[in-house]
Design a protein around this ligand. Structure first.
Ligand code: PLP
Length: 399
């Protein structure tokens, strides 16, 4: 049966495919260390679960308002105002099922055929997928390892023109763990301020940082009117399965997002929304413990990776991903990821799953126990040790 042409332009997320392959190998009796999927390996804090259980008992099991319950939006607006040093109200908040729908809806609402969208590359694959799906022109913004995976501001300046409709930022970033320095964010704000374009600032990892706190572009003068902040509960509170996220945006855009919501989801699950209040306004210790644990794992895991010949891993400033450069091993990214899974029993993603500028890298999620991370380092080290040296590989006859 013929499908709509637009379906030829939509992409997928490789992490879910690799997870499936890894599960198949496990079903055949193989032991796999899972470092492919981007979700915290911690339970949702118990007081949040209790709030959801109570909400179910109290009958929060029906439709709610499309934009989200007013008190939930109030709580989110308070949190965003506090953490970004801006003043936003419940009218600016759209509650949606997870962070992803904000990418989907913002792009559908803003991007027409031929409009250009600048997005980070390597970056979350859904950006490019959705830009293409909407008929937009993806304009990749390469991230630079030497700049802590921030971007080249002169290059960004050269890419902005009258067709640019949207600039996507993501800090801390998936897959690199990079945090855009405050000075760069200020410079980006200066570049885009007053132009007829919006910024989608994906801040889903905003609480997961280890040295320099990420700064929202919305915090700079006049930028609130030009920014969509994406944030949510999946990562910070280990709530990936609850499907709770939100966007904070000017009211004119919130109206459009509401229309897209009513045409797709009607509303976000009512009991998940009640639990979200407990997450934001309740104790934060468990979330903070989880982040402290990620920092410990980051330090040990990256040190382990850097001890492997041919691996060079910059210390990520945030999120829970390590993005080592593996060019020194002589293997390409896809081959490395494939062989690590099949020959070493370590599931990870090729850097190219995040765009062409991810070539030469692989992504590991360190949302796994320290024991598993160290076992992964051991297995990768052994695997790399069995490879012919890059020089020997070059000299090997082809075929
Ligand atoms: N944005 C980025 C950069 C992500 O890495 C993810 C999830 O991996 C999301 C958005 C989506 O989060 P959610 O699971 O809440 O839809």
């Amino acid at each position: 049966m013929r499908q709509a042409e637009r379906m030829s332009r939509i992409g997928v997320e490789t992490a879910f495919d690799v997870l499936l392959q890894a599960r198949k190998l496990e079903a055949q009796g193989r032991d796999i260390v899972h470092l492919e999927i981007g979700e915290p390996d911690f339970p949702t804090p118990h007081h949040i679960i209790e709030a959801a259980q109570k909400a179910l008992d109290d009958g929060w099991t029906h439709y709610g308002p499309t934009q989200g319950f007013p008190d939930v939006r109030e709580s989110i607006a308070g949190y965003v105002s506090r953490t970004r040093a801006i003043s936003v109200g419940p009218e600016n908040v759209c509650v949606v099922p997870g962070g992803k729908p904000i990418i989907f809806f913002s792009i559908l609402a803003l991007v027409d055929h031929g409009d250009e969208v600048i997005y980070p590359n390597p970056g979350f694959p859904i950006y490019e997928s959705m830009i293409r799906f909407a008929g937009g022109v993806p304009v990749p913004m390469p991230l630079i390892e030497k700049r802590g995976f921030s971007l080249d501001l002169d290059l960004l300046r050269s890419k902005i023109n009258e067709r640019t409709r949207l600039v996507i930022l993501n800090s801390p970033e998936n897959p690199t763990g990079g945090v855009i320095p405050a000075e760069d964010v200020r410079a980006i704000a200066n570049l885009v301020r007053g132009r007829d374009l919006m910024v989608l600032s994906d801040e889903i990892y905003s609480r997961m940082w280890y040295e320099e706190a990420p700064v929202s572009v919305a915090s700079f003068p006049e930028m609130k009117e030009q920014t969509i902040i994406l944030d949510g509960f999946s990562k910070t509170y280990a709530m990936t399965g609850w499907r709770m996220g939100y966007g904070v945006m000017p009211e004119w855009l919130a109206e459009s997002v509401n229309k897209l919501m009513v045409n797709s989801n009607s509303c976000t699950a009512s009991f998940s929304q009640r639990a979200a209040i407990a997450a934001l306004d309740g104790p934060q210790e468990e979330a903070e413990r989880m982040i402290a644990e990620f920092r410990r794992r980051r330090d040990d895991f990256c040190a382990g990776l850097n001890s492997i010949p041919g691996f060079r891993c910059a210390l990520p400033g945030g999120a829970f991903y390590a993005f080592p450069n593996i060019e020194g091993t002589g293997l390409g990214s896809r081959e490395m990821a494939h062989r690590l899974l099949h020959e070493a029993g370590v599931a990870c993603l090729s850097g190219t799953a995040f765009g062409e500028y991810g070539d030469g890298y692989v992504r590991f999620s360190y949302a796994a126990s320290l024991e598993n991370l160290m076992e992964a380092v051991r297995r990768i080290g052994e695997f790399v040790g069995r490879l012919p040296s890059p020089l020997a590989r070059q000299e090997m006859p082809v075929g």
